[in-house]
Design a protein around this ligand. Structure first.
Ligand code: DQA
Length: 179
């Protein structure tokens, strides 16, 4: 991952960062589906504490990620909710039809045993993403109920963290599913 970040910092367009993915024209992943799930207050991105979370809106981020997913022949679905039970319902709905979840649980990261149990319940691999470096912030943000069951955790890299998570998810899926 460190190597990826180094290359990424030199590139202008992160979608060009190579993770040694198979050629896009290979049609090897046409059935792959990834769910991007964003938790409470992330609908305010762009306006909400921009010095911490950046100036891009959630729509900007999702639009870019959708383009990146398309380039890799992967279907990306996005859901955002401010309600814990809705996030849980989206996780349940992903069972059996979604290959990977990328989740920024926002404040629920630090409180939600229920979201942890939902992710364990569906057994879908996931990456936890945070825009800010939660470890450099208040003590209560240092603990996550999800990190120990995640495939990986990315924090502190702003919106680029989502893209790194997406590229990593695609790579992992192509390695394990041969799609
Ligand atoms: C966040 C970090 C959380 O601590 C916070 O509650 C958020 C956003 C992030 O992306 O940095 O809402 O998940």
């Amino acid at each position: 991952m460190i190597e990826v970040f180094r290359k990424a910092s030199k590139a202008n367009n992160f979608s060009e960062v190579s993770l040694n993915l198979p050629d896009n024209g290979s049609n090897m992943s046409n059935n792959l589906k990834i769910l991007l799930l964003n938790g409470p207050n992330l609908n305010l991105l762009g306006k909400r504490e921009p010095e911490t979370y950046g100036y891009q809106t959630l729509s900007d981020i999702v639009e870019h990620l959708t383009n990146v997913a398309n380039q890799h022949d992967v279907e990306l679905c996005h859901e955002q909710s401010n309600a814990e039970h809705e996030l849980i319902n989206h996780i349940h709905a992903a069972m059996g039809n979604t290959d990977f979840i990328i989740i920024n649980p926002a404040a629920y990261t630090h409180t939600s045993v229920a979201i942890r149990d939902a992710l364990l319940g569906v057994s879908t691999p996931f990456i936890e993403v945070h825009l800010s470096n939660v470890h450099a912030r208040e003590q209560f943000r240092h603990h996550s109920y999800l990190s120990d069951i995640a495939k990986g955790v990315i924090c502190g890299l702003g919106a680029d963290g989502y893209e790194f998570a997406l590229l990593s998810a695609v790579k992992q899926l192509k390695q394990t599913t041969n799609k």
